[in-house]
Design a protein around this ligand. Structure first.
Ligand code: SF4
Length: 379
């Protein structure tokens, strides 16, 4: 810590201005939201402050709309992109790069060479495998070649968005290019998936923060999604859930029930089978900026079996039909919990639930990171 500013958080231009006190406060807030005591939160905050490493990040783009990057850059308070960009050294990102052609290719090679085995490889977009991968080529190399090369030498791999996680819209039937998600191409490797169309930036933040702070990855489900964000279905914490349990349904768009904000199940809501936290972490820090919040059924964008496959207005089976112990208020008077605190909550939850210890030595110089409680060493 220098001059009250968190080391490694003050960025090349000292832009974020997140000081130690604010950071500890965010950790404590986040801890409260996941039921962890303040002293543990403070210890984790201190560990984060002590870290001085800025891991190199190489961000690859393939078959996609760049919506995940756009979504990340469009957050406002506090500037999430700023926070992430201050946390890491973004050494290659095709959308944000001023460089082009050979200059960009050279930057990629340089970053890989200087940080081999340590950098974080972020993959955005699906990877076409059909016909030798000819449907997506950059610098005369196929996406399959690039992802195998770059991810193969990385310390950690994160697939952001549904396209990179499981194929997304490019893989919709008849999938003419053989589009696949990164885990399908990088068989046998741990690829953290952050599905969503777009992915919620705060889930990405939670994962990156944990890796930067502890050198660990969050606890993951069977689809390699962080449990802190994908452990529950939308239906389980939907603000319209009380209407569902009371049998108050929208029958068609624009009817009285729709105007009253009733449950959207009968208009095709996929919330009962969709694992995500959109209902509690809205987009762009705008209240109700998520599909159900604006009166549209959940599309199931995080689920490979639903998005771009199940007809938009077809109904789904109810995965967890039991009513919750507690209902979010239908017309909530929302107190403000910092979105960053929510991201940090992911860090805390992930660290405490245990995770694969990502061998902090991979991050290079500096003190080894402490594994989160319950974390196990990677072989
Ligand atoms: Fe919410 Fe959809 Fe479940 Fe209705 S069916 S409670 S709108 S998630």
């Amino acid at each position: 810590m220098e001059n009250g500013t968190v080391s490694g958080w003050d960025g090349p231009a000292g832009s974020s201005g997140v000081d130690r006190r604010d950071f500890v406060r965010m950790c404590t807030l986040a801890a409260a939201s996941v039921g962890i005591g303040a002293s543990m939160a403070e210890r984790m905050a201190e560990a984060a402050v002590a870290r001085k490493l800025k891991p190199s990040v190489i961000w690859l783009h393939f078959q996609e709309c760049t919506g995940c990057t756009e979504s990340l850059l469009r957050t406002s308070h506090p500037a999430l992109a700023e926070l992430i960009l201050d946390l890491v050294s973004l050494d290659y990102h095709e959308t944000l790069f001023a460089a082009a052609g050979h200059q960009a290719e050279d930057a990629l090679k340089k970053a890989m060479k200087e940080n081999e085995g340590k950098y974080v490889c972020v993959i955005e977009g699906a990877i076409p495998e059909k016909d030798g991968g000819i449907y997506c080529k950059i610098g005369d190399r196929t996406a399959v070649d690039i992802v195998n090369d770059v991810a193969g030498k990385a310390g950690a791999i994160i697939a952001i968005g549904s396209c990179a996680s499981w194929g997304g819209i490019p893989s919709a039937d008849p999938n003419p290019t053989g589009a696949a998600g990164a885990p399908m191409v990088l068989k046998g490797k741990t690829v953290v998936t952050i599905p969503g169309c777009p992915a919620n930036p705060y889930n990405f933040l939670g994962t990156v923060l944990q890796y930067v702070t502890f050198g660990t990855l969050p606890d993951l489900d069977d689809k390699a999604r962080p449990r802190f964000a994908y452990g529950r279905t939308i239906h389980e914490h939907c603000p319209r859930r009380a209407h569902f349990d009371a049998g108050r349904f929208v029958q068609k768009f624009g009817d009285e029930a729709h105007r009253l904000g009733y449950c959207l199940y009968k208009t095709g809501c996929k919330g009962p089978a969709t694992h995500a936290n959109c209902s509690v972490q809205h987009f762009g820090e705008v209240q109700d900026a998520w599909p159900i919040g604006i009166g549209h059924p959940c599309f199931g964008c995080t689920e490979k079996t639903l998005a771009f496959r199940a007809p938009l207005h077809s109904t789904v089976d109810i995965e967890r039909p039991t009513p919750p112990d507690f209902y979010p208020p239908i017309k909530a008077e929302h107190g403000f919990v910092s979105p960053v605190a929510t991201g940090v909550a992911g860090v805390i939850a992930g660290a405490l639930l245990g995770a694969g210890f990502m061998a902090s030595k991979k991050l290079g110089a500096g003190e080894p990171a402490e594994p989160g409680p319950g974390a196990k060493k990677e072989g």
